[in-house]
Design a protein around this ligand. Structure first.
Ligand code: ATP
Length: 327
């Protein structure tokens, strides 16, 4: 409700009349005044002139569900937002919403994720100093063995947005890390829930972006943030979230339409830090080295092995590193 009112008020540079608001939001005049008062209490500077209506002078920089929902331009991705000041894991929160009727596209966002997860039991650290931790809940129609492709779609969406925010070099380390100047600024964790027939019930794509973190502990020596790379605070975290939703929805639409990643392969490869580089493939069945030549339509990394032949590396159980370190 509040988000609808705010969306309309901010949709014009002029004034939004009370009558237009009551009609468009299907709310009474009292309900509109009430919503505006609540928005003003949240820090929105809304001016009211009796003969003209409402005008938004400025808005607070903090992330809230109302702010995101009043500005989102997508059809479904992030249309419904659950915001928490602090939470253990946004992936777990999103998973808990998977039984909702309109679950597809729900976005859970927090200012501080205290038990963020990485792949295979690893942790995602977030010190709560102005970063982004969010999880998008999906109800995909694809088969379980195709779900890992969604990670690549999200990585591409994040890379597109970060490229607009830094002059640093934005790259993707296949499959799920987005780097700025060869340092990890974003990690993505995709988790899937199956129904009792073995079909996908839901997929949750978790995204952690280091936005304003100033320091990292020594053990995270390959981590960085936009703040560190740009040498300035990024105040527009909502813009980042909304931008990622926009790009994700667009690329995901292509994935749904074509059933594979054929339409994003070249874009993904333009960011791929491993492309034509020596890599070490940490396969539980046996490590090997080779040269990564790109990805295929299924999101697998193609590696020309040093000892001959090509390998198609599936992201599921495998990690890829540079031969001498992280990349
Ligand atoms: P893989 O190639 O297997 O994905 P990874 O090291 O990228 O390996 P992830 O599971 O994607 O692993 O991410 C978790 C890892 O990311 C942690 O083990 C840690 O090394 C690193 N990490 C944790 N928090 C952060 C952070 N805020 N910023 C950057 N890196 C982090």
């Amino acid at each position: 409700m509040k988000a609808d009112v705010l969306r309309l008020i901010r949709s014009t540079k002029e004034y939004m009349s009370l009558m237009a608001l009551t009609e468009a939001c299907k709310m009474s005049e009292d309900e509109i005044y009430n919503a505006v008062t609540q928005l003003m209490n949240m820090g929105y500077d809304i001016e009211y002139e009796e003969d003209k209506g409402f005008h938004l002078n400025s808005y607070p920089e903090n992330i809230t569900a109302v702010e995101l929902m009043s500005r989102v331009k997508t059809e479904w991705a992030g249309k419904n937002v659950m915001y928490k000041k602090s939470t253990g894991s946004t992936n777990d929160d999103a998973k808990n919403l998977s039984g909702n009727k309109n679950a597809h596209g729900i976005l859970v966002v927090t200012d501080h994720q205290t038990s963020g997860k990485g792949r295979r039991g690893r942790a995602w650290e977030d010190n709560g100093q102005g970063n982004i931790a969010m999880s998008l809940l999906l109800k995909p129609k694809c088969n379980p063995d195709q779900a890992s492709r969604i990670t690549l779609i999200m990585a591409l969406a994040v890379a597109d947005v970060l490229s607009q925010l830094t002059e640093g070099e934005v790259k993707i380390k296949w499959p799920n890390d987005v780097l700025v100047n060869k340092k990890k600024v974003c990690g993505i964790l995709t988790e899937m829930g199956l129904d009792d027939k073995g079909n996908i019930d839901h997929v949750v794509v978790g995204v952690g972006i280091n936005v304003n973190q100033k320091y990292f502990p020594e053990e995270l020596n390959h981590a960085s943030s936009l703040y560190i790379e740009n040498d300035e605070v990024t105040s527009a975290r909502s813009d980042i979230i909304l931008g990622v939703m926009d790009y994700f929805e667009y690329y995901y639409g292509m994935f749904e339409e074509f059933g594979d990643l054929s339409h994003i392969v070249s874009m993904y490869e333009s960011y791929l830090i491993n492309k034509d580089e020596k890599v070490k493939v940490l396969d539980p069945k046996g490590e090997y080295t080779g040269t990564a030549t790109g990805i295929n339509d299924f999101g697998e990394l193609i590696v020309q092995k040093d000892d001959g032949g090509f390998a198609r590396v599936d992201s599921g159980e495998v990690s890829v590193r540079g031969v001498y370190g992280y990349v």
